[in-house]
Design a protein around this ligand. Structure first.
Ligand SMILES: [Fe+2]
Ligand SMILES: [Fe+2]
Length: 334
């Protein structure tokens, strides 16, 4: 992996508050839960376990990088050795994108912690910064020690990272990171957790997923009340558009482009084959199954937007996990 740096300018106000009292009991309960559920990747994961990164790390039937290509000519023409390499390269690519996403999350959670006006959210946000640091730590360690190959940030998501980092309005940053990307991360991590055969990867994802569920709850709980009372109609429409654009952008960009390039595979053909198979199997879309209901909960799924979400196949998830979202305050307090 390159040793270069990437500096993204951003202008976001740091807001201090002199009100230290509990204003939002749900968020304070989530903060308590975050303190209670801290974990240490160095001592709680068994790093002595051997991993064969060329072997059965993930179950082909649930791993979209294999499952969505298996009906194509590309797959049929591959030798067993090439198929093993495809599993290996896409595993490394996927985990590398998670790693870079976690680094993004450290900074965006930090920016949010300073910009959000409520003390309850600031305290909670500080715990999230630590969580995201731990996630970057574990993904890097697994990649470095077990997979022994790391990819750079994919070209296709670089622009999305840049837009979120440089966004100056805190609530839009919140919406993009805490609701959409955290919701998507939960979907992706859950799918990888379900497909993981390697016990170390499974355990690692189990811990990470628990943290991400809390981060997602944080976004939904914060914006649910804020968006219900604080937005003008024009502001609401703008946020609805931003949310929809991010969903559309992310939906088309979880293809392992650089892994295919590494193997000399035809990128456009691979993408077409995967997209076609995804339409049939729903595997690709299912990583969004938490996002639509969360957007509904925070009031971003208006009559104006519903047909657009239907067009990209996401409206059908509008009630998925909705009961859980409604009771997140109680869940957080448990
Ligand atoms: Fe994370
Ligand atoms: Fe997170």
């Amino acid at each position: 992996m390159g040793t270069g740096r990437w500096a993204v300018p951003s202008a976001i106000d740091t807001v201090m508050t002199w009100n230290y009292d509990i204003e939002n009991a749900d968020l304070r309960a989530l903060y308590e839960k975050a303190k209670r559920d801290q974990w240490n990747a160095t001592t709680q994961l068994d790093w002595s376990l051997d991993v064969d990164p060329q072997g059965d790390v993930l179950n082909d039937d649930i791993n979209p990088n294999v499952a969505l290509l298996r009906d194509s000519d590309i797959w049929r023409k591959m030798t067993p050795k090439e198929r093993r390499q495809l599993r290996y390269e896409t595993l490394s690519w996927n985990l590398s994108q998670f790693l870079h996403g976690e680094q993004l999350a450290i900074f965006v959670a930090g920016q949010l912690t300073s910009a959000v006006p409520w003390i309850d959210a600031k305290l909670y946000g500080a715990t999230q910064v630590v969580d995201e640091a731990r996630h970057a730590e574990v993904f890097y360690r697994y990649l470095n020690e077990k997979v022994e190959k790391t990819y750079e940030l994919s070209d296709t998501t670089r622009g999305i990272f840049e837009a979120i980092l440089s966004e100056s309005r805190w609530d839009i940053k919140y919406l993009c990171l805490q609701v959409i990307l955290e919701g998507l991360a939960m979907g992706l991590f859950t799918r990888m957790y379900q497909s993981a055969i390697d016990p170390l990867l499974k355990e690692l994802l189990h811990f990470v997923r628990q943290d991400e569920a809390r981060h997602f709850a944080f976004g939904v709980l914060s914006l649910r009340d804020y968006y219900a009372s604080e937005l003008t109609e024009a502001e609401r429409r703008e946020r609805e558009d931003v949310a929809y654009e991010l969903c559309t952008a992310m939906r088309g960009r979880t293809y392992p482009k650089e892994a295919w390039e590494e193997m000399g595979l035809p990128v456009d053909e691979c993408r077409r084959a995967m997209a076609e198979a995804a339409r049939r199997s729903q595997l690709q879309l299912s990583s969004f199954n938490r996002v639509t209901s969360a957007l509904k909960t925070i009031g971003m799924l208006s009559e104006r937007m519903r047909p657009h979400y239907a067009d990209i196949g996401l409206l059908k998830y509008e009630n998925e996990g909705l009961e859980e979202l409604k009771t997140m305050g109680e869940v957080a307090a448990a």
